[in-house]
Design a protein around this ligand. Structure first.
Ligand SMILES: C[S@@+](CC[C@H](N)C(=O)[O-])C[C@H]1O[C@@H](n2cnc3c(N)ncnc32)[C@H](O)[C@@H]1O
Ligand code: SF4
Length: 386
């Protein structure tokens, strides 16, 4: 049995809230019920209080500090949390240890300290290299600072950097997007995430969208932008491995792959999720979150829905062997009718081996543009299982 484990630490502070973002995060300068330092101590307690059989029974091969903006917390406190992890868990020599950063927080000193603490991967939110777009998004940095931060990280010795980009955002033309893509690719990061803007309830963008004053590219333009990213990234050797993620070979993000392939991970901090021994747990999502895990009772239907939902995002598609292991049924026995459906055939890539057995089910290029249609059909089929 695979005894590797991923750890996630949520740091819910940012310099300032961006206009599109609904992640659990608060501006660090605001008057808050817990200061970043107090919060860090609480996370350390939570790390130490996990059951011994979990702490001793697994080897951690991926640690991810996400947010929010973990890089806006002092490195002394980040170090404390990392130390609590090292004191309580057995960490693989080759663990991927990542931290998310906002360019504005990246200084030479901070980059060196993070490297010294043991981080070997940084995931930085760049979003765009156009200053007008960055302003529209409500970002705290400009494009020059984003480029400077990238070079600081490289000079500090980081050999594994991800840059997040966003497309389909207000004021963005295809030319502006192409320019950001070209200049980002020219930097040569090991990994690039390219997210289509999601309008999230409770954000300023949502309010403007409802009022009809948020001017975003049309769906056709959005898809052209996506297509352009796929083509340009492929041309220079990035592997498109998930709907919104591409990496140089061997640099696929280990932490994200754990989510998408349903491998065990434990989350610490507010709103953090865990998935262990087939069960999902959630921490509450206020700043003074409780250490008690809120365990969800998952029905077979929910677990199957989760599985299809996460694995279809992978470009390689669903792991049919893992499906059988988890649910004790052949994928084809559950979804045979749906796989025969002509109406879905253009959205799916279905491959059979020489003996006619199902070898692969993945989204086609058209399926990637219409994930909702496909997922809905799978969920309906799951609902019909007795
Ligand atoms: C936790 S942030 C990354 C680190 C840091 N907080 C920053 O923004 O620079 C995660 C990423 O999610 C993406 N993101 C957040 N909200 C989004 C939305 N509504 N639509 C699409 N992408 C979004 C952005 O690309 C962002 O960089
Ligand atoms: S995108 Fe990043 S910096 Fe902006 S509010 Fe969200 S978590 Fe904070």
């Amino acid at each position: 049995m695979d005894k590797s484990l991923g750890l996630y630490v949520h740091i819910p502070y940012c310099l300032k809230k961006c206009r599109y973002c609904d992640f659990v995060s608060y501006p660090a300068g605001d008057k808050l019920p817990l200061s970043p330092d107090e919060y860090a101590y609480r996370v350390c307690d939570e790390i130490g209080s996990a059951p011994e059989e979990i702490k001793k029974g697994y080897e951690v091969d991926s640690i991810f500090f996400g947010g929010g903006t973990p890089s806006c917390m002092g490195t002394d406190m980040i170090g404390r949390i990392l130390l609590a992890i090292k004191d309580n868990y057995s960490i693989s020599q080759v663990a991927e240890i990542s931290i998310e950063a906002n360019p504005e927080t990246v200084t030479e000193k901070k980059a060196k300290n993070l490297k010294y603490l043991g981080f070997n991967r940084v995931s930085m939110g760049v979003q765009s290299l156009n200053d007008g777009i960055l302003k529209n998004l409500g970002r705290v940095h400009d494009s020059e600072k984003a480029l400077e931060a990238y070079h600081i990280l490289r000079d500090a010795g980081f050999g594994n950097i991800n840059l997040d980009l966003m497309f389909g955002v207000p004021g963005q033309s295809i030319e502006i997007w192409e320019d950001t893509l070209d200049r980002t690719i020219a930097l040569g990061p090991e990994h690039i995430s390219f997210y289509s803007l999601q309008i999230e309830e409770g954000t300023p963008f949502y309010e403007e969208y409802k009022e009809g004053v948020l001017e975003i590219p049309t769906w056709e333009e959005n898809r052209k932008m996506y297509e352009l990213a796929l083509r340009k990234l492929k041309d220079v050797g990035y592997v498109h491995y998930e709907v919104s993620n591409a990496a140089k070979p061997g640099f696929e993000c280990r932490h994200n792959l754990k989510y998408w392939t349903m491998k065990p991970y434990l989350g610490f901090g507010t709103g953090a999720h865990s998935f262990l021994e087939g069960k999902r747990f959630y921490n509450t999502d206020e700043l003074e979150y409780t250490r008690e895990y809120e365990e969800e009772e998952n029905t077979l239907h929910e677990r199957m829905g989760d599985f299809v939902f996460t694995q279809l995002r992978l470009i390689d598609g669903i792991d049919l062997k893992q499906f059988k292991e988890l649910f004790g049924k052949d994928f084809e026995d559950v979804f045979g009718e749906l796989l025969e459906d002509k109406g879905l055939s253009e959205y799916l890539i279905i491959v059979r081996d020489f003996s006619g057995r199902l070898a692969k089910v993945a989204l086609s290029r058209k399926g990637l543009d219409n994930t909702n249609i496909v997922l809905q059909r799978f969920l309906m089929a799951i609902d019909n299982i007795t």
